[in-house]
Design a protein. Structure first.
Length: 420
């Protein structure tokens, strides 16, 4: 027990004893002497109490931090011991879940409805120490097996914020009013009149569901062992990552897809370049961010472009006879880690001459340019019929997601970026 707590309890006892003694009209000599002793002890304890609080301040801060982050650490540790292999065997053979896997599944079920077995998103992360493998290894000679090729995720690189939602809708109120200040024009003149403070809500809704189907043969179930867990995790994670990335930027808003940033009606400024890719075009877009108070400098802006644009810019000189290319000039102002290249998140060049689209984003005031809502975890469902004759296992992972843009001023689309 903390010393300050002990002192506080003793002070309460002293106050109770003094209350009894003070209530007597004619206290005895012993009672009078007792009152004096209790009073001196109370005064001494007040000084000791303040000293104890100062001494324990560091312990209280440490305990507070541990309480605030303890839950997240415990959940991370629990998910770190989650075994996807147990889920697969449970769906295939009906074996019971145990240990951390059972605890995680039980916790996820308590927060949302799942037809199959829920899987936390953290469980799909590539874990340190695993081999780069996929498929069925030869039991006679273990070798690393090559994964399928998937495009790297660029949503996170472009500043998109992933929001995990248990259920229902999530809305962000965004200020849309233009409150201004004004000087009083004279001694009796009034200042600028009141301006209504208005907001609009940007909502994320569980209206779109993405599915990933995997077919696991009976041989792989019997032969792979622990390697099966790593293979399924990597394959599901990569396929989901690629599909979500494409939908975040190019989702049509129809046929069950969310409205992507480059397609949806978010009020994002779109500027037609209709000229060869150049640093001047991107510099002008960055300048528009600066004048709109959305960014403080070129290093605050992130750029998404096609690999073909990089190829074109690196082949065009910045000035005739100069050793610098347009790409070199861009890197002199925008760090390479702020530039993302993707053939998945942006549509292929079209037209004659070939032209494509680029996207610029910035994070202003701690607000992300893009919000991606993910409802719960991955709902893993078993299909017991499709592959019943071969003893195989067919799994479907369902993911519910949506996309929205809070402040269109934090994004700009450049169209007609030509490759020649």
């Amino acid at each position: 027990m903390l010393e300050s707590v002990k002192i506080s309890r003793r002070q309460s006892e002293i106050r109770a004893a003094l209350a009894v003694l003070v209530g007597k009209e004619k206290p005895s000599d012993d009672e009078t002497r007792s009152m004096g002793e209790l009073d001196r002890e109370y005064q001494t304890n007040e000084t000791r109490y303040r000293a104890a609080l100062i001494a324990e301040d560091g312990e209280r801060r440490s305990a507070k931090d541990e309480l605030e982050t303890g839950g997240d650490k415990q959940w991370s540790d629990l998910v770190g011991r989650f075994e996807l292999r147990q889920v697969v065997l449970s769906l295939d053979e009906g074996s019971a879940l145990s240990g951390a896997t059972a605890e995680v599944v039980s916790e996820l079920r308590s927060k949302g409805g799942y037809r199959g077995v829920p899987i936390p998103w953290m469980a799909l992360e590539r874990r340190a120490g695993e081999t780069v493998a996929s498929g069925v290894p030869d039991p006679k000679e273990t070798r690393p097996i090559i994964d399928r090729l998937f495009p790297a995720s660029v949503a996170g690189n472009m500043g998109a914020q992933m929001i995990n939602i248990d259920q229902g809708l999530v809305e962000w109120p965004v200020v849309t009013s233009s409150v201004t200040a004004g000087w009083a024009d004279g001694e009796t003149a009034a200042v600028a009149g009141p301006t209504a403070f208005a907001t609009t809500d940007k909502a994320l809704g569980p209206n779109q569901t993405l599915g990933i189907t995997m077919k696991i043969t009976r041989k792989s179930l019997k032969q792979s062992g622990d390697a099966l867990e790593q293979a399924v995790r990597r394959d599901m994670n990569s396929a989901t990552e690629a599909a979500l990335d494409k939908a975040i930027f190019l989702g049509t808003g129809a046929n069950g897809q969310p409205s992507g940033v480059l397609v949806g009606s978010y009020g994002i400024t779109s500027t037609a370049i209709n000229a060869a890719a150049s640093w001047a075009a991107y510099r002008a877009a960055i300048t528009r961010f600066l004048t709109a108070n959305a960014a403080k400098g070129p290093t605050d802006v992130k750029i998404l472009l096609r690999p073909e644009v990089y190829n074109a810019m690196d082949g065009i000189l910045f000035e005739a006879g100069a050793p610098l290319t347009q790409w070199d000039k861009m890197l002199m102002n925008v760090p390479l880690d702020r530039i993302a290249m993707s053939a998945n998140a942006l549509a292929a060049p079209t037209g004659s001459p070939l032209a494509t689209t680029s996207l610029l984003t910035t994070t202003a005031g701690g607000v992300a340019p893009i919000f991606v809502g993910l409802w719960g975890g991955v709902d893993l469902i078993r299909d017991p019929y499709s592959d019943a004759t071969s003893g195989g296992l067919r799994l479907t992972g369902l993911v519910t997601a949506d996309v929205t843009v809070a402040r269109p001023a934090q994004l700009e689309i450049l169209t007609g970026v030509r490759l020649a």
